[in-house]
Ligand binder design. Structure first.
Ligand code: URA
Length: 281
């Protein structure tokens, strides 16, 4: 089996020993594994009064399609809330995140961590939550896990850097499910994920990525509404609102479980193959 140059670069960047072959060069898109049927977004839970009571500045809700409005918004209710958030552009959304006090995480954050990358990026990576370093620097994935992520992306000639001349198909936008650091890097709590989710939903709406890479179980829970282990979801193509989505391990997990890097590499190759598929029709 001949390896492409790109695959060699990826192997080298990730320090991988080859465990399983990627899709053969020339494999037709139709031969790639695709999850069928694509999971439909799960119906949102009902918005409760508690959802709208906590935030003075921004929507706070679990309903991806109808996030509630600011508590002080005129005519506040799920419908007007959806409109409020869906009307925000990038700068306003960033401001709304920075002002958010919808859950207890705001008490201990240094700053919110909105996301990074070009708004024209055609790739999107969704991670979990800021850690200590991200909380300090205000940018996602800047610690050890982020360095691994950057190396993985670079192996596919992808970058978060917004350098003039980099085409959108080589640019990645990176965001987390949570915009504030959970203390001690504990797991995100369900209510925190629910409160923060509308921001991620709006980021995806604004970005309109051609592909989403969901890294780790919290990203998967948010985007696919699935509690299945990563190991059972990876290796096929899912969909989020029609956008192809590939599931893979979180880079922090890969740092603790080095043999799994080979699988993450396969996942990235799958994502790249899907990205390069000609549009259907
Ligand atoms: N892990 C994440 O999921 N996101 C970050 O921003 C940093 C570490």
């Amino acid at each position: 089996m001949a390896w492409t140059e790109r695959q060699h670069r990826l192997l080298a960047a990730m320090g991988l020993r080859l465990l399983s072959p990627p899709a053969a060069e020339g494999t037709s898109p139709a031969q790639l594994p695709v999850a069928e049927p694509a999971p439909a977004p799960v119906a949102p839970r009902a918005v409760t009064a508690a959802d709208v009571a906590v935030s003075a500045a921004v929507p706070a809700a679990a309903d991806r399609r109808a996030p509630p409005p600011p508590a002080d918004a005129p005519g506040a209710g799920p419908g007007s809330a959806a409109a409020a958030l869906s009307a925000l552009g990038w700068p306003e959304l960033r401001e709304a995140v920075a002002a958010c006090r919808a859950c207890g995480l705001c008490e201990r954050r240094t700053q919110t961590v909105f996301g990074v990358g070009s708004p024209q990026a055609q790739w999107m990576v969704v991670g979990e939550a800021p850690g200590e370093q991200e909380d300090r620097e205000g940018e996602p994935f800047v610690g050890a896990a982020g360095q691994l992520l950057d190396r993985m992306l670079a192996a596919l000639q992808l970058t978060r850097a917004q350098e003039p001349g980099t085409p959108p198909e080589r640019q990645v936008y990176i965001a987390n499910t949570l915009k504030c650091r959970p203390p001690g890097n504990r797991n995100p709590a369900p209510d925190e994920l629910a409160q923060c989710e509308p921001f991620l939903v709006r980021q995806i709406e604004l970005l309109k990525p051609r592909i989403i890479l969901a890294m780790g179980r919290f990203a998967v829970q948010a985007l696919l509404r699935s509690d299945e282990p990563i190991g059972r979801l990876r290796g096929r193509v899912h969909r989020y609102q029609g956008v192809p989505l590939v599931v893979t391990y979180h880079p922090a997990y890969l740092l603790r479980n080095l043999p799994e890097k080979a699988k993450a590499w396969d996942d990235l190759c799958l994502a790249a193959e899907v990205f390069e598929r000609p549009p259907a029709g």
